[in-house]
Design a protein around this ligand. Structure first.
Ligand code: DGY
Length: 333
């Protein structure tokens, strides 16, 4: 869409890295940043969006039918993040609103977190760090604090896209792990690069020593890891989720950990977020939980902000949106 730069008004739903904001200001757009130390309520988001033409937002903003009914005037929504399960894409498309996101730039950082969680859980690092704080480091005990090793084990990936591939490369390179995966479609590039083998979902669950989730949240994946699935896993298995907390059922996960059905779990995502400090998972020995930091490096967050800004800039310059989530929108317009 072509709109005079002076008429473009972008609302940023919270403080984002300056690099992105600079791109928007350099274009001559009006830029408003929500600068309170809390996210906007949906009511505030709607009210503030009314006087803007574009929204730059992120994963906890609820861009549902209610929002879109009130803000169908928006020219574009640009999501800071690769996942966009907070946005009702169908409803945005119906209203002719293109939605952009920021894939690719966060794959390394997120895979690093999955890899780090795997090692931390296998050696109980988070729990043992906390045990020193409790004054529990008394003397060297040969039979205590034992972890399990990762060398030559099987890594199972639920979802093998960009982030899954980076996790596979790390596990192959560091521990010579065998890679198996289950995905909506085969990923032949990843198969060539890492020797990954495509397996059925049940095979994935039953054979993995480490099962790492790298899929988007959708109808098929919501609640996919429940009691039935945890019951099929190896008692020595580690479950890792850096994708979305709604993909596993937390109560069933706690049950599996309590009863030795699986060995441990590493989570960068929870349901709900934030997790309450009283959550049982936080005091479990073979569990490590992080506050959704997959993409949280200086470099990655800068790139995400630049990409989200670029989606808006290119759109208003009348060019293709570099990362358009709903290309069908071009047909409706
Ligand atoms: C994403 O991009 O979807 C992450 O979860 C947030 O960094």
């Amino acid at each position: 869409m072509k709109r005079e730069a002076k008429d473009v008004k972008v609302l940023l739903s919270r403080q984002f890295p300056e690099r992105g904001i600079k791109i928007l200001r350099q274009e001559g757009y009006g830029v408003t940043v929500w600068d309170k130390d809390r996210p906007m309520t949906q009511k505030e988001l709607i009210e503030n969006s009314r006087s803007h033409t574009a929204l730059f937002c992120t994963l906890s903003e609820k861009i549902d039918k209610v929002f879109l009914d009130e803000c169908s005037h928006l020219d574009i929504i640009s999501q800071f993040g690769v996942g966009y399960d907070n946005i009702d894409i169908y409803q945005a498309t119906r209203r002719g609103i293109p939605v952009g996101n920021t894939p690719g730039v966060l794959s390394d950082a997120t895979a690093d977190v999955a890899f780090g969680l795997m090692i931390s859980v296998s050696r109980k690092m988070g729990y043992l760090h906390k045990s020193i704080l409790r004054g529990d480091w008394n003397y060297f005990r040969p039979n205590a604090n034992l972890g399990i090793e990762l060398k030559n084990k099987i890594l199972g990936l639920f979802g093998l896209g960009r982030i899954g591939l980076e996790m596979a490369k790390r596990c192959r390179g560091a521990y010579n792990m065998e890679i198996i995966y289950h995905n909506r479609s085969r990923n032949s590039e990843a198969e060539r690069e890492t020797g990954a083998k495509y397996v059925s979902f049940n095979d994935l669950v039953q054979s993995s020593d480490v099962l790492s989730v790298h899929t988007s949240l959708n109808q098929e994946t919501t609640g996919r890891f429940d009691k039935k699935v945890f019951d099929m896993m190896k008692p020595s298995a580690i479950f890792i989720n850096t994708a979305r907390g709604q993909i596993h059922n937390e109560e069933d996960l706690i049950h599996a950990l309590d009863n030795g059905i699986i060995w441990g779990a590493g989570l960068d995502v929870t349901n709900p977020e934030p997790m309450l400090p009283s959550n049982r998972l936080l005091s479990m020995e073979n569990v490590m939980v992080l506050p959704h930091i997959g993409s949280a490096t200086v470099e990655t967050r800068n790139k995400m902000a630049e990409l989200a800004a670029l989606n808006i800039k290119e759109f208003y310059r009348g060019k293709d949106i570099p990362n358009l989530v709903n290309p069908e929108v071009l047909k409706t317009g």
